[in-house]
Design a protein around this ligand. Sequence first.
Ligand code: GLU
Length: 257
Amino acid sequence: MRIVVKVGTSTLAHATGLMNIRRVESLCEVLSDVKNAGHEVILVSSGAIGMGAGKLSLKGRPTDMPTKQAAAAVGQCELMYAYDRLFSQHNHTVAQLLLTGSDIEDEKRRVNFHNTMFRLLELGALPVINENDTVATDEIVIGDNDTLGAIVAQTVQADLLILLSDIDGLYTADPRRDPKAELIPVVESLTPEILALAGGNGTSLGTGGMVTKLRAARIACEAGIDMVIANGVRPADIYRILDGEPVGTRFIGRKRI
Ligand code: GLU
């Protein structure tokens, strides 16, 4: 199987913005093992801005563009240094790709991206992808890594997209506000009722995060790719997801005819 795993900042870093070492180590170990089992793995990793802010001792996540971009430049190094070191321990070679919206919209650049990805996979490397936050301004930004993950999955014709987040999956209501909210294990089709569960703008931690996840689900499912939203606190759940066990919410990709 060709699997794209997207991890959010909340999975990779503590609230201080500094790396959650135990979590990142566990994630790299599981993904290395999944690769050893013969699967192809592509990691879409957030965390550049958050970890850059942590490393620069900024108070919270920066809001102005130059500081965000500066933090991303610092944090991206920190991330790749950790991935390179941790995956190397298991004899895997990482490759960094940083993209912006223009790289996806421009036909030529998208083809270049596609070709590089396929060559990296042929060479057995483990691509690690993020938005190029140091140059991505509002006009050319993809904006969030859920969407980027889905675009990557579509480009490499992945079999599965896994979004690891700070929420267990899609709920019937916002579980942070409604104690009766229930996890939806399987979504067969993205009906207006399901799309409405993303809520309005929400907060960055609440249903707001669902908007981009459902957008990603639409891209993935239309490309015939299953997508799973699961909680990143237990990276070993990836094994269970690959075994087809019910973990989080699985969106069923439209069957390709
Ligand atoms: N590219 C951003 C970062 O690395 C994260 C964007 C997102 O989490 O959706 O900080």
